[in-house]
Design a protein. Sequence first.
Length: 399
Amino acid sequence: MTEKIVLAYSGGLDTSVAVRWLQEKYDAEIATLTMDMGGKVDLEGARQRALDIGAVRADVLDARDEFIAEYVWPALQAGALYEGIYPLATALGRPLIVKHLVRIAQEEKAYAVAHGCTGKGNDQVRFDVSAAALAPQIKVLAPAREWGMSRDDEIAYAQEKHIELDLNKRSPYSVDENLWGRSIEAGDLEDPWAEPPEEAYAWTVAPAAAPDEARYVEITFSRGIPVAVDGEKLSGTTLVEMLNEIAGQHSVGRIDHIENRLVGIKSREIYEAPAAVVLHQAHRAMESMCLSKEQARFKERMGQEYADMVYNGLWFSAHRRDLDAYVRSTQTHVSGTIRARLYKGTCAVVGRSSGESLYRHDLATYDASDTFDHQASVGFIHLFGLPVRTQAEVQGDQQ
Ligand code: ARG
């Protein structure tokens, strides 16, 4: 019986070459999986190409709803921004691909799964570690990490093996995209002094090209999950698609970051994540109304931890699940509506309202309706300052 390998297949050069290369090198049958997580992949085209190259099974899967509900929303609720800025689109997509790769591998009794990552990035770690977490006995093959072919070598290999490629579509950059964002690397972006050229961007217009009129957008949350835009209830997938569109038109969502990769390299990363930028800002503003000071501050630290776990490929881990339980508990009262202004590359929260807000006008106001007990401050400050006064009396002034 021939051994089987299940390959994560994007339809591009690397993974197309990989179908044949794995087949020959391991004398195995290849099954492929192509997933739509909002990255505008031609699913049917990919299926046909995989079969043409010789795959024995070629699955295509629209995983957009699962991606948003099971991966993106928990990360949003956690406030997970790697190094305070990267919304983790690529990092969140990887474990979901592995989940389905492993499922198919089990259905096919395959001994290995495979992916097209190189040996320099974070993605190889995410694939390998996620697979280890879900199926510790399965082998993970990474042909592009092994074969030592340059891009030109790969093209020559493809020609020799009569693998049809659509090379015209290829951009000068390495791009990965899904609903939560677009990650752009390589080429002239590797000079950290050089401003990214406009052609690197696909989802956002330049600030100067954005409309002169601001766009106000209202986002409604229920327990920390966005459920409506401008009062219209939407599915998660539609909501994110719509915000990518609206915010992108106002140039919101461009991120230019020098990032610390897990493998020890600093790299220049460009992201476009219009919906993620707006939603993280809005979600944080919603929390500022609905969480206590202690919840908000402790959660902020948890959010960093959560982002590191996702970034480092530890989605499928007990620690991430524990963090999720904590985060979910914090979201019980994070409900209401945020109003944000999108204008020439900026997103500013300008209004908040919530039925579960801890902001109380009668306590905050300086006008006549004030109910705050000013006299109570005297005793409060007396005790609050007691240790400082005591130390000053005993040990001298504290200057
Ligand atoms: N640096 C980002 C990450 O590690 C994005 C990687 C994107 N991959 C790509 N082929 N452009 O999550």
